[in-house]
Design a protein around this ligand. Structure first.
Ligand code: PEP
Ligand code: MG
Length: 571
């Protein structure tokens, strides 16, 4: 039987299914409620046991990545949170059983997070559910989850981040989730661990039981339950090929990406946190093409101070080991909010108070500390500063003037920084594209942000499903814009990179090479494939392909042509 799902981490895996279902409600129904005093005592005991578990998870720190350890530390704080505990004890005083009180308090906190109009922070409600479930398992005397055997394909409606953090790559081959978005903590950890992962998967335990064979084809987005011998042997071959391909690509990971006609191309990484560097470096990134610093701000309870920022930027620069390290200044607003900043809601968030506009308006408390931190960190690596969402040259000039002002302050105090630090821009608005020739004279480099450039060129909200049929980088208008930006940058002799999602699209790579793009920046998991593609093309020979693609009038025609071209090359 075949099922489908949405691919998050590509790959093929064969194994035995293991369901991770904890039916708390059923257990609560059978729970015998005691007196108020007894319930409080049971809660305190459960709290102690749950805390011990978290402590012992952290004791084995060597087996955890920094990211995983941070999540468990966050859970330690949450379980001791006074407001959370007061809410639980308050419900017990209102005659609820301890487990029901925990569930109710978790619901209250979840509702609070629900109000937050930011997908990433909203996902943090999973952490409170995670902590609540840990308490429930203790109260209901349920066994802690453990993976049985090897080659396990884990399936659950959702998996708590702390459970995901404890899973071993040696045992688990793939993860199938009923829910979960690409920004959830759980999925972030699954990606970091390199598990083949699909979300939106509905499996029923009446169709397949624990221990049955299952194949996950997270290339096609397909799941095969109880496969036939023929399917098993066909997929075993595919898994073997995948492993050989990975080993082959990893072997080339440290080599430069050179086209068949000798053009050296940088394939760098997009990261959101210093811990993302681990995989990026393993896959042989040629540096960092985009560090989205807003995550540092979104994951803090208040504005991160200068020291905290220096530490994060320095860590990325050091891990990049002298390679290019493009750090973008705060790009908040639009679809990214920071609740503690208490910003008014814009009517048109993507056209409003966002990124450089906000930073230039909040110089003292936000922009200057960030720029100072970036300059200080630049003493430890090859940092470049990148300004997002510029629309006019005045914004770049104002930012550069601020940087000069801070450099003078640092000189006075004898604080080290990279004197010739480059300051570039993201070209991601229609205005910046149209005057790219003007920008190229004053910006040290360009990085094309196709995620926004497409939305602003097509007048399509990048997150609105109803109009998503218009959102394509293959639209002739967007392609002309990209070609124009690259040409302006090349003419001025500056580096032109791309850090939007299009940079890792196999159908887009040949076009970008033909247009003359120097640097392709993408998430770590896309690097090996993109690097291989780059080495298969001759920029010279791609000119005719690009000319043909640019002659079409519709998105569909361009896509169709590029699909066929890439299929011909890859066989
Ligand atoms: C872009 O707009 O293409 C980009 C890389 O930035 P973000 O997705 O963070 O807006
Ligand atoms: Mg952008």
């Amino acid at each position: 039987m075949h099922k489908t799902g949405n691919v998050v981490v590509e790959g093929v895996a064969i194994g035995k299914i293991q369901f991770l279902n904890a039916d708390y409600e059923e257990q609560i129904k059978r729970y015998m409620t005691g007196t108020e005093e007894e319930e409080k005592k049971r809660y305190q005991e459960a709290h102690t046991l749950a805390k011990d578990d978290l402590d012992s998870l952290l004791e084995d720190r060597d087996s955890l990545s920094e990211n995983e350890a941070e999540i468990i530390e966050a859970h330690q704080l949450m379980i001791d949170d006074i407001t959370f505990e007061d809410a639980i004890l308050g419900y017990i005083e209102q005659k609820m059983s301890a487990p029901s009180a925990v569930l109710k308090a978790v619901d209250d906190f979840k509702a609070m997070f629900e109000e937050i109009d930011d997908e990433y922070l909203r996902e943090r409600q999973k952490d409170i559910v995670d902590v609540g479930n840990r308490l429930l398992r203790k109260l209901l005397h349920m066994k802690e989850f453990s993976v049985v055997g090897a080659d396990v394909i884990l399936c659950a409606k959702d998996i708590e981040p702390s459970i995901m953090a404890g899973l071993s790559e040696k045992q688990v081959k793939a993860i199938l989730l009923g829910s979960g978005s690409k920004t959830s903590h759980t999925v972030i950890i699954a990606k970091a661990k390199g598990f083949v992962t699909m979300v939106g998967v509905e499996l029923d335990e009446t169709e397949i039981a624990d221990g049955d064979d299952i194949i996950v084809d997270a290339v096609k987005g397909e799941i095969i339950l109880k496969p036939s011998e023929e399917e098993l042997s066909r997929y075993k071959e595919q898994v073997q090929k995948q492993e050989e391909q990975r080993k082959y690509l990893m072997g080339k990971a440290k080599q430069p990406a050179v086209t068949t006609d000798g053009k050296e191309i940088l394939v760098s990484a997009n990261i959101s946190r210093p811990t993302d560097m681990e995989k990026a470096v393993e896959y042989g990134c040629h540096g960092v093409g985009l560090y989205r610093t807003e995550f540092l701000f979104m994951e803090s309870a208040q504005l991160p101070d200068e020291e905290k920022q220096v530490a994060a930027y320095r860590s990325v620069a050091e891990q990049a080991g002298g390679n290019l390290c493009v750090i973008r200044t705060l790009d908040i607003g639009g679809d990214k909010e920071i609740p503690y900043m208490g910003l008014e809601k814009d009517e048109n968030p993507f056209l409003g108070y966002r990124a450089i506009r906000l930073c230039l308006d909040r110089k003292e408390d936000i922009y200057k500390p960030q720029l100072r931190a970036l300059l200080r960190a630049s003493a430890y690596g090859n940092i470049r500063i990148m300004i997002p969402l510029v629309t006019c040259i005045d914004e770049l000039r104002e930012a550069k003037a601020l940087i000069e002002e801070i450099k003078a302050e640092l000189d006075e105090k004898n604080i080290a920084y990279k004197k010739d630090i480059q300051v570039g821009i993201m070209v991601e608005t229609a205005a910046a594209s149209l005057i790219a020739d003007i920008f190229a004279k004053e910006a040290d480099f360009f990085s094309i942000g196709t995620n926004d450039l497409t939305q602003y060129t097509m007048s399509v909200d990048r997150g609105n499903k109803k109009v998503s049929y218009l959102y394509s980088t293959f639209n002739p208008a967007v392609l002309r814009s990209i070609r124009h930006i690259i040409a302006c940058g090349r003419e001025a002799g500056i580096m032109v990179g791309m850090c939007g999602e299009a940079a890792s699209d196999p159908m887009m790579i040949p076009l970008l090479l033909a247009f003359g793009l120097n640097e392709f920046s993408m998430s770590a998991s896309a690097i090996l494939r993109a690097r291989k593609m780059v080495t298969e093309y001759s920029v010279e020979e791609l000119q005719a392909v690009a000319d043909k693609a640019m002659s079409f009038a519709t998105t569909a025609e361009v896509e169709d042509y590029m699909r066929k071209f890439v299929e011909k090359i890859t066989g």
